[in-house]
Design a protein around this ligand. Structure first.
Ligand code: 5GP
Ligand code: MN
Length: 329
């Protein structure tokens, strides 16, 4: 990986106009990484365009530099593009791909299990708990090469948000000693984990908590008790005047039931395909289930979008989950 970091540092220092992009339905890791890079590159005097095709969800508006984020650009004069935490090229958003691909070089920095390799320079490591860990390594190397201490409190808050989001406050199986070592360094720079965790997880809209109620009301369990699933219908979204970003975290409640290996949340998002979030306990692999439906992610957290109707989608995905659990024994 040393060579890839060296290539990335060379490309970033050589470029003047840089476009950064996160993934659709953005979370704290993708936005934290895009913004941390934006802060560092601006400090290096670069012309930075930071894109999140779905903007910034309400619960992450407080991220330092959130106001820098744009939903797209008509510019095609970039020297370098950087995709942060994307998982697959399409996940930067359909209208952003052209801007990203107009740059002569693309750096792909990510911790997803690759869903088709893309990019000219790849810093891809699915052992990292969050893409924030990889961005930190890149910032260290950029600092060393440019002889500037590039990480400040804003950068630390952005990256701590990525760590806290993707590890569920340091509780998930993806946490390693490196995760804690980085968290310690970020806290020393002024990023306090408690207020960030509170802003990320306890800053919900009222509609979002009511959606949780609707989801839990619909909860179903497979005969063997190993798969649990819930749904949020178009009617639920309409009744509560809610959006899909307000369903964040609900799937963890589905997975939290004793004996459940796979928890699934189906959302009939108005005007879109059925959005599906999958979560596993260690031992199961929901990335493979999502793959069967054109999606992806990680072993323990994955997602996909499937053509309606909801009922047929539910039956197919639950059947696939059971089939894969059976095959594993
Ligand atoms: P979530 O359920 O929170 O939307 O997503 C869980 C994980 O799966 C995240 O890491 C996310 O990036 C990934 N993911 C969600 N939906 C898709 C998808 O449609 N395709 C791919 N490749 N990854 C997805
Ligand atoms: Mn991530």
């Amino acid at each position: 990986m040393r060579k890839q970091y060296r290539q990335a540092v060379n490309a970033l220092l050589a470029a003047e106009r840089i476009v950064l992009a996160g993934h659709v339905n953005p979370d704290g890791d993708t936005l934290g990484c895009v913004l941390a890079m934006a802060h560092v590159l601006r400090r290096l005097g670069k012309d930075v365009t930071a894109i999140s095709t779905d903007g910034v969800p309400d619960n992450l508006r407080w991220l330092p530099g959130a106001e820098l984020i744009v939903r797209g650009t008509e510019r095609r004069d970039f020297d370098l593009a950087v995709a942060c935490d994307a998982g697959a090229l399409e996940r930067v958003g359909r209208s952003v791909i052209a801007a990203i691909q107009s740059a002569p070089q693309l750096l792909n920095i990510d911790h997803h299990i690759p869903d088709g390799v893309f990019g000219d320079i790849l810093i891809v490591d699915s052992a990292a708990a969050a893409t924030a860990e990889l961005i930190w390594q890149l910032i260290l190397k950029l600092s060393a090469r440019s002889n500037k201490a590039l990480a400040d409190k804003d950068v630390a808050v952005c990256l701590m948000t990525g760590l806290i989001t993707d590890t569920g406050s340091f509780r998930f199986m993806n946490v390693t000693p490196n995760t804690f070592l980085l968290a310690a360094r970020l806290q020393r720079l002024g990023a306090l984990p408690a207020p960030i965790a509170e802003l990320v997880f306890e800053n919900r809209s009222c509609a979002s908590v009511k959606l949780l109620g609707r989801a839990l009301d619909s909860l179903k369990l497979s005969h063997d008790g190993r798969v649990a699933w819930s749904q949020i219908t178009a009617q639920d979204f309409d009744d509560l005047n809610a959006t899909d970003s307000e369903t964040e975290g609900i799937v963890n409640h589905v997975r939290s039931i004793q004996g459940v290996d796979v928890g699934i949340l189906f959302r009939e998002v108005p005007g879109q395909k059925v959005r599906i979030s999958l979560r596993a306990r260690d031992g199961a692999d929901v990335n493979r289930i999502a793959n069967a439906f054109g999606g992806g992610g990680h072993r323990l957290a994955a997602g996909c979008s499937v053509t309606p109707p909801l009922k047929g989608v539910e039956e197919a995905v639950v059947a696939e989950a059971l089939r894969q659990l059976d095959a594993r024994g």
